[in-house]
Write a protein that binds this ligand. Structure first.
Ligand SMILES: [Zn+2]
Length: 342
């Protein structure tokens, strides 16, 4: 967990961003430690990158960037985990997260509500999962890692990390957002590294591979499996043992090897049309550029709260860029700058 004093500082910083004096603050901070002061004021994206901070509420921590999660996990004890479970929430699904007024649920409040359900309705001692990955790619802590018994898969809970991926990934339901995929691959990769887990179908298993009584079926078997969890179209390849072995496990291995998440490859496989739609700007200003990348010239800027229809997606490295319907240019669809409205 983030300690309280640094959290207070984080909250203050966030307030200052809103007041628009972020650049000055960074300049002062950097000059204090003798660093060179870059020209942040000329690139709003960079200011946001610098100033995004995690938040803590109800005893849970939300990581607003994957870098924050990596810093946090590096500081945790090693415990004795031997495997990681894969779940989707099923319900709630994406339509619960994205509200019709263009905003989305507060991740920490949703986590708290899930905990209350698990404790009050199910009678468990705590929230079931150690982590939840939200549709916008934010990771939130749950059951403390010090509690090494998950409540996720009857028969496969001891020394297992329980991860809930927010959405319903059965066929015909939610299609996982690229930013959520990136967070999922990063989370599994970082946990494998941290706990010395070699990714395979023996160490990373779907809920669907087990019966209600906890017998291991070895794959999803309709009618016998406890649930379809994490969904018959999980990440576009599904919940069978072969799908996980041939797609998900290689993604985690690749991440461990070189830190890449390769979600763009995946998005192409699934048809990149799954990400076109309406996006709302969540930073004060965002550059509209002449092409799909931050090296293209700036045509204009769009402002916080405005929503735009994106008609085409292109990836530049791992960053998705969206073409504005108006023809004004391209904006970065990084989830730090925009959120999908529909
Ligand atoms: Zn499950």
């Amino acid at each position: 967990m983030v300690n309280n004093s640094s959290e207070v500082i984080c909250m203050k910083l966030r307030k200052y961003v809103k007041k628009g004096i972020a650049a000055i603050l960074i300049a002062i901070m950097l000059s204090c430690v003798g660093g060179r002061v870059p020209s942040y004021a000329t690139d709003n994206n960079l200011i946001q990158e610098e100033m995004t901070m995690s938040a803590t509420k109800y005893g849970f921590t939300r990581f607003d960037t994957l870098a924050e999660f990596k810093t946090w996990i590096a500081k945790q004890n090693r415990y004795g985990y031997t495997g990681i479970q894969i779940h989707h929430t099923g319900s709630p699904e994406y339509k619960n997260f994205y509200k019709s007024n263009g905003t989305h649920e507060d991740e920490l409040t949703r986590q708290y509500n899930m905990k209350n359900y698990h404790v009050r309705t199910n009678g468990w001692s705590d929230i079931a999962q150690h982590f939840t990955v939200f549709p916008n790619g934010k990771i939130v802590t749950g059951r403390p890692l010090s509690n090494t018994t998950a409540v996720g898969i009857t028969g496969w809970n001891s020394k297992k990390i329980c991860i809930e991926i927010y959405g319903n990934f059965d066929k015909g339901k939610d299609v996982m957002n690229p930013e959520q995929k990136e967070a999922v691959v990063t989370l599994y990769g970082e946990l494998c590294k941290k706990f010395g887990i070699t990714p395979s179908v023996n160490t990373i298993r779907c809920h669907a591979w087990f019966t209600s009584s906890g017998s291991y079926l070895g794959t999803y078997v309709a009618g016998k499996s406890r649930k379809t969890c994490p969904g018959t179209n999980f990440m576009g390849f599904g919940n069978s043992k072969a799908a996980i072995e041939n797609n998900f496990i290689p993604m985690i291995k690749e991440y461990i090897k070189d830190g890449s998440t390769n979600v763009e490859t995946n998005a192409t496989t699934n048809g990149s049309t799954n990400t076109v739609g309406v996006y709302r700007i969540i930073v004060d200003e965002l550059n509209v550029r002449n092409g799909a990348g931050s090296t293209y010239k700036v045509n204009t800027v769009v402002k916080k709260g405005q929503a735009y229809t994106i008609t085409e997606i292109k990836y530049n490295g791992s960053t998705p860029w969206g073409k504005l319907k108006s023809g004004a240019g391209w904006i970065s669809l990084n989830s730090k700058y925009v959120e999908k409205v529909k």
